[in-house]
Design a protein. Structure first.
Length: 288
């Protein structure tokens, strides 16, 4: 019977779970703290030990609960949609890594019990393999999104002492302007604004009838309804002016329109920023 060292089992699964959570963060464009990723991975390592010692703990319901706790420990809870997006990314990475690790481990004479794998690797080999996997995940996730990110900008909004940061897609089709001063309009998903508003306000912003909830929104924020047209037709969106806004570290003057529907790979869309419009116009004038 093979001797299983609990510390190696824990460290190996800790490293594997960290890689999975890191991949989920990269793929879902989530903000993350390495310390929180480590906390989630540590729980995963402890669960792996428990599942090895107690086969009943390796049941499918227990695995699902363990995965949910890992995600909550690593990222917290913002909304059901964002949680499911991260869960889907974690599941995909788990399937890929699990299949490869299972084949490799069995080829090396691994012991498997309760769905947990223990391979007779040295700690140094495990660390090197984990480092290589982290690098592969990073390169793959960044490489697959490089084209998208080249057309993106990092947005930082501040409101009432709170700050939200997220990536916005530069969308040439977004020609929305504030009808009062002509400043560009940032269209942003509700979930991306979670750091700025309490849960009750976020719930109101998800309402399909924005005109009915305007009076219930926080009065300290100057809200107004902004009409705009999409492929789905005309609609109204709650909009507000943040205390300050930055795009890639440069201060900008924008109006933020809240969208209750998913926008795609990025949680926000923005057209030409005022400074960029001026530079483009000057360039065209010089060229002519």
């Amino acid at each position: 019977m093979r001797t299983v060292y609990i510390d190696e089992l824990f460290l190996l699964n800790l490293a594997a779970d960290y890689i999975l959570l890191y991949g989920a963060a990269q793929t879902s464009a989530a903000h993350y703290s390495r310390l929180r990723l480590l906390a989630g991975a540590a729980f995963g390592g402890l669960y792996a030990v428990a599942a090895y010692l107690l086969p009943a703990a390796g049941s499918l319901p227990a695995k699902l609960v363990s995965a949910a706790v890992m995600l909550l420990a690593a990222f917290g809870y913002v909304s059901r949609r964002l949680f499911l997006r991260r869960a889907a990314a974690l599941a995909v990475y788990s399937a890929i890594m699990g299949g490869a690790a299972y084949a490799l481990s069995l080829a090396m004479g691994a012991d498997a019990r309760g769905g947990m794998i223990y391979a007779p690797w040295t700690l140094r080999a495990a660390i090197l393999a984990s480092a290589a996997a982290v690098g592969a995940v990073s390169i793959a996730s960044r490489g697959s999104s490089r084209q998208r990110e080249s057309g993106s900008v990092r947005i930082r909004l501040t409101l009432g002492g709170r700050t939200a940061e997220f990536s916005a897609l530069r969308d040439s089709g977004n020609t929305l302007r504030d009808p009062l001063d002509g400043s560009p309009v940032l269209v942003v998903e509700v979930d991306a604004l979670a750091p700025l508003f309490p849960p009750e306000t976020l719930r109101l912003l998800r309402s399909p009838f924005p005109a009915d909830v305007m009076e219930k929104l926080p009065p300290e924020v100057k809200w107004r309804l902004l009409p705009f047209v999409t492929a789905a037709g005309s609609r109204l969106a709650p909009a507000f002016r943040p205390d300050s806004a930055e795009a890639d570290g440069r201060k900008i003057h924008i109006l933020a329109a809240v969208c209750r529907e998913p926008l795609g790979a990025f949680p926000a869309l923005i057209g030409e920023i005022e400074g960029e419009r001026r530079e483009t116009r000057e360039h065209l004038e010089k060229a002519s």
